[in-house]
Ligand binder design. Structure first.
Ligand SMILES: *Cc1c(COP(=O)(O)O)cnc(C)c1O
Length: 209
């Protein structure tokens, strides 16, 4: 199938959820193909890739950082993202806040939750997420727009997405989020994610393959 057919198929399956095109393994020419088909939101894993592609590509692209963010890279990134989806440490949030303040901007972020059930260095543990968000609420140059998470690669990802949705609803009802974004679902599992309440899917392979 062509990129166009892939995008049309995905769009027909995700309802009102927003499609983020994950371009981390793809060239600027490939990104332009997706851009010319109407996509404007692109996701990168690495700060240096995001910056380089942003320099060379149309200015109306909204860039999402979806990969792990090291504190020593924050200074290069501020003001360049539409959404940083991978905030999972207080020190990281603190630094993004400080650099945003210095630059006179507010940075939109998602809190990355370790929703896989697998021990990981990345993502806040689900049971610590409310406490984490309450702690970073004091950072006035951050806008906490929602949560990001993933399911492990498995036959039935739904329970992972359902748990993430429950946590999202809890955060919403506590009034600690400043947005309605629940970013979950990738090439292999986006349909389950959307069924479980995802508002944003991050898809690479399935678009470009
Ligand atoms: C790579 C990546 C994706 C997209 O994965 P595909 O399998 O190519 O759809 C989504 N989210 C994150 C955090 C990723 O690193």
């Amino acid at each position: 199938m062509s990129i166009q057919q892939n995008i049309e198929k995905i769009k027909s399956e995700i309802g009102s959820a927003q499609l983020i095109c994950v371009s981390k393994y793809h060239t600027e020419d490939e990104i332009m193909e997706a851009y010319n088909l109407g996509l404007r939101d692109f996701g990168e894993n690495k700060v240096q890739d995001l910056i380089k592609k942003q320099e060379n590509l149309p200015k109306d692209i909204r860039w999402h950082l979806i990969g792990h963010l090291q504190t020593n890279k924050v200074k290069y990134l501020i003001g360049k993202t539409h959404l940083i989806q991978s905030v999972d440490k207080v020190e990281l949030a603190d630094l993004i806040n400080k650099k945003s303040f210095d630059a006179g901007v507010t940075t939109d972020i998602l809190v990355q939750v370790n929703s896989t059930g697998i021990e990981s260095r990345f993502g806040v543990e689900p049971e610590k997420t409310v406490e984490f968000i309450k702690e970073i609420l004091k950072f006035k140059n951050l806008n906490i727009k929602g949560l990001m998470g993933m399911a492990p690669i498995c036959d039935n990802p739904r329970p992972y997405f359902e748990n993430l949705k429950k946590l999202f609803d809890e955060c919403k009802s506590l009034g600690i989020l400043n947005g309605d974004i629940l970013s979950m679902g990738m090439s292999l599992d986006y349909k389950s994610a959307v069924d479980c309440g995802s508002t944003m899917v991050r898809i690479g392979n399935k678009i470009f393959a």
